[in-house]
Design a protein around this ligand. Structure first.
Ligand SMILES: Nc1nc2c(c(=O)[nH]1)N[C@H]1C(S)=C(S)[C@@H](COP(=O)(O)O)O[C@H]1N2
Ligand SMILES: [Mo]
Length: 223
């Protein structure tokens, strides 16, 4: 959608929000089948497996050259962070593989991510004991909220690469966060800031009818 005139983009965005709000009202995709056995099933209830990786966003894909990318961590932390691309790349790197579950019904297995582990970021920034939540801010204006205990999961990272190549712009490059235990709307693309806070504050979709958490195994799709 990039390159379209602002009117078109606004219209697209409004329609998308309206449609998703309707889905939320209707409880679309919700199944009765919430006791899927996780030890024998890899696909959460109501999901279908895809091979190709779909692109989903609000229709605005910001163009952020790596040398212009700036990432900050602030709020209730002892040591705020401000990284440019080179700072980010000089942090310890990890590679983690996880499944994607999107609330619109598709799942994709075995995505190999490379980037900076959340434990490293938490150790450096040292959130205050009062910090219980965070709000993630993106360059397209998107936000999403995450509980600190979930953010701190061992499978969470700030990813710059997927399957050994830099993340493309449509998938959130230069850097996105990956939070595998929740539906993919929490895995914010074009990440630019994480703010730690004592109280919860809803993000873009959470404020528009999506669940405040987003566990695919509990089908936490809608509020
Ligand atoms: N910045 C930003 N991050 C975002 C979104 C968005 O609109 N803006 N959409 C979310 C949603 S709803 C999904 S399903 C995934 C899609 O990621 P993908 O396009 O790489 O598949 O990104 C999530 N992160
Ligand atoms: Mo989504």
């Amino acid at each position: 959608m990039t390159g379209d005139d602002p009117e078109t983009l606004r219209g697209y965005r409004e329609k998308l929000v309206q449609r998703k709000r309707e889905w939320a009202r209707e409880g679309r995709l919700l199944t009765e089948n919430q006791d899927v056995d996780r030890s024998t099933n890899r696909l959460p209830p109501g999901q279908r497996l895809v091979e190709k990786w779909p692109v989903l966003d609000l229709g605005v894909q910001p163009d952020i050259p790596r040398d212009k990318w700036i990432f900050t961590v602030d709020g209730l932390v002892a040591n705020p962070i401000r990284w440019k691309w080179d700072d980010f790349m000089s942090q310890p790197q990890v590679s983690l593989t996880s499944d994607i579950h999107c609330v619109t019904g598709w799942s994709r297995y075995d995505n190999a991510w490379t980037g900076v582990h959340i434990a490293h970021l938490l150790e450096l920034s040292s959130p205050d004991p009062a910090a219980r939540h965070c709000l993630i801010y993106c360059s397209d204006g998107y936000t999403t909220n995450v509980r600190l205990d979930r953010l701190a999961d061992e499978d969470v990272l700030l990813a710059h690469s997927w399957e050994g190549a830099h993340l493309t712009k449509e998938h959130g490059g230069p850097v996105r966060i990956v939070i595998p235990k929740w539906y993919f709307w929490k895995s914010a693309k074009w990440i630019r800031r994480i703010e730690f806070m004592a109280d919860d504050e809803k993000g873009f979709w959470e404020d528009r009818g999506y669940h405040n958490d987003g566990d695919p195994w509990k089908e936490e799709r809608y509020d």
